[in-house]
Design a protein around this ligand. Sequence first.
Ligand SMILES: [Zn+2]
Length: 251
Amino acid sequence: MCIDVHCHIDQLSTEEQKRELKTYRAVGAAVHYQSGETLLRLQKQYPETVKVCLGIHPEYPDFFHEYSLVEKQIRENRDSIAGIGEIGLPYFNLVNMNTEERSKAQKKAGELFEKFVRLAAELDFPVNLHCVEDTVPQGIEVLKRYGIKKALFHWFEGDEKNIKQIKEAGWNISVSPDLIGNADYRASIKTIAADIREIFTLESDGPWEYEGERGTPSMTERTAPVLAEILHMTKQEIIVIANRNAEKLFG
Ligand SMILES: [Zn+2]
């Protein structure tokens, strides 16, 4: 059975939580303070299968002001949480902005990201990252500057140079169920196949939808055979490697 290393399980319905979390192991990534509170409650409810990362999602600027609150939440729960996340740098939010708006938003989000990374370094926590598309190099630079040892680049589809740096630093990436139905994503994973063999994990990013179907932890089970074909491995080998990396990251 696969471990889902990046899922917004607090956003799943109670039915979905019941169905999935009884059997599937998942790392919940908070998007803001309240989201983190719900995840902490879910962890109490499903202690065998749920792990929690606390943070503020970089594409949610309306919640950036909660930093102190979330920092306190992290410190108070440091013995029961698995990491800091979802943190990172905005990309999708910036697409429709003009140059001035964009540089302002980048500055604000960059400062918040550094605060979280500094905290992760201080508390020796892994980071569950949203650093996608062309924000990956900046993410790598900040992590290196703070000496972060454990990091997960979720839904990584970046280029060959970036993946080499991620691999050399001992960090990990996660592959999403988009692999099942998106030929472009499959092609991009194929180009970096040689470099991800040892460092991949699986995620659902649920409840993000894939061709109309809500993402849930069990969907990683269907991603595994598709990745197996790309990496010329068996489904079982994929699950073993993915889970070993997940446990190395989040315990
Ligand atoms: Zn996410």
